[in-house]
Write a protein that binds this ligand. Structure first.
Ligand code: CAO
Length: 420
């Protein structure tokens, strides 16, 4: 393996599904030796969930577990516990996202882990934080989006589809994993100063809430003012005492909306996002061929525009009707207008820039062949993560056990007793 900043950091990856695996995969890309510990026979449930090729690890698994090694281990059997204890003594970090209390029930309490290795960093994902009145709940992505404020503030505020809405982005899962990765790296730096490990805990509710910070801002503004000037409800509709769902509104100080382009009747993604940036009003008027708006008092300031912002967007949509989303962006970019096409997953998968930067990477897998994954969104000047295929179930069991000092005979015995 080429030299990477996290080379030499050994991680016990006791994670499954998405939140934990997303975290450890990121650390593996950056050089950590990540040993995924899985239950013998079945392994991470995502290996078999949503399979597109019979008996081949599903993309759900391969796209979250690249660059790792796989050790199967039944940690409820005494011999399995013994192996895990050895691993704990030799590792830097253990990451887990089991249901509440599962690790304790297995016998690996935080106190026991510290006893085995005072330098160990234990990193945990749970649905809710320790001591929270919902701390006993098991949580998946959409549950976290509801508990963390995202669902209540996403979607439409009136009409048939006006209920709370789930985002397609994994705000509860992968986002929590990214928070955990920051916590782990911080604890590693802390350990360099103190020589001691510590427990790092991130809840999915807190991670979603952290990304909904601006909605908490809005709740307090609403409490004080009774209205929110950047929401589509303003000034024609009444506000209640909770932050409403804002459709496709900007969320910051710049009004914006998703607008139809040529072909929207048949193409579900023939749209652009258009932002009416306050100080870019003159270029917007020039781009749209509406120079008279520049000096019209009804259009000159953001405050004057807000009451009829919907009508302004309708005018822009009229301008867009004979342009594809790509043609429209090519015109608007010349005027420095913040905008982008709404890109489908198919367009993103085939995007040449994303392929060139490594944000979409082609990976080889032993039984699947080649597939595409989302590569590192973090770019370094001195390192380019190389994405390797995810491990087969138990592919590295014998190798890891031998590294721990077990003999061939002992390893064979573990296989026969279904410990590995
Ligand atoms: N050997 C032996 N037993 C093992 C094992 C191994 N290698 N790996 C796991 N197990 C056992 C656990 O010890 C646990 O046993 P007990 O419940 O008897 O103590 C059991 O497997 C089930 O673990 P679980 O509660 O984590 O699994 P689940 O499928 O019932 O729940 C989930 C899944 C995701 C809801 C739950 O793990 C959870 O809430 N995790 C925390 C929040 C989280 O990360 N959610 C995100 C999931 S999507 O990214």
């Amino acid at each position: 393996m080429s030299n990477k900043p996290l080379n030499g950091i050994k991680i016990i990856d006791f994670t499954h599904v998405q939140a934990g695996p997303a975290c450890t995969q990121l650390l593996a890309w950056f050089g950590a030796d990540v040993i995924k510990v899985e239950r013998p026979g079945s392994g991470d449930v995502t290996r078999t969930q949503l399979q597109d090729i019979p008996n081949v690890d599903a993309l759900y698994f391969t796209m979250l577990n690249s660059n790792k090694r796989s050790l199967t281990l039944d940690t409820k059997k005494p011999l399995g516990k013994e192996v895990l204890e050895k691993l704990i003594k030799e590792s830097d970090v253990m990451v887990e996202n089991f249901g509440p209390g599962a690790l304790d029930r297995m016998g690996f309490t935080w106190a026991r882990i510290q006893e085995l290795n005072p330098k160990m960093i234990l990193a945990s994902v749970k649905g809710f934080s320790d001591g929270h009145h919902y701390e006993d709940l098991k949580v998946y992505e959409n549950v976290a989006q509801c508990a963390g404020g995202a669902a209540s503030t996403t979607g439409w505020w009136k009409g048939e589809n006006s209920g709370p809405m789930i985002s397609a982005a994994a705000l509860g899962d992968s986002n929590t994993g990214m928070h955990l990765a920051i916590g782990i790296l911080t604890a590693i730096i802390g350990r360099q100063q103190t020589g001691k490990g510590q427990k790092v805990a991130v809840s999915m509710q807190d991670s979603v809430l952290n990304l909904c910070r601006v909605k908490m801002r809005d709740q307090q503004r609403l409490d004080r003012l009774g209205y929110l000037e950047e929401y589509p409800q303003y000034p024609h509709e009444t506000f209640s005492d909770v932050v409403p769902r804002g459709g496709n509104a900007g969320g910051g100080g710049q009004p914006g909306w998703i607008l139809k382009c040529k072909g929207w009747e048949t193409d579900p993604n023939a749209y652009i996002y258009f932002t009416v940036q306050g100080h870019a009003w003159a270029p917007i008027c020039d781009a749209l061929g509406k120079p008279e708006w520049k000096t019209d008092p009804a259009y000159m300031t953001p405050k004057a525009r807000q009451p009829h912002i919907t009508e302004i967007f309708a005018t822009i949509e009229d301008w867009l009707k004979d342009k594809t989303k790509f043609e429209a962006v090519d015109i608007l970019r010349k005027f420095d207008i913040p905008c982008a096409p709404v890109l489908s997953m198919k367009e993103l998968l085939h995007d040449e820039s994303l392929r060139a930067s490594g944000s979409i990477a082609e990976v080889q897998h032993k039984t699947r062949g080649s597939y595409f994954t989302v590569g590192s969104p973090i770019k370094f000047s001195d390192m380019k993560p190389e994405i390797t295929g995810s491990p087969l179930l138990g592919e590295h069991s014998d190798e890891v056990l031998a590294e721990l000092g077990y003999t061939k005979e002992q390893i064979a015995e573990m296989h026969s007793k279904e410990v590995v």
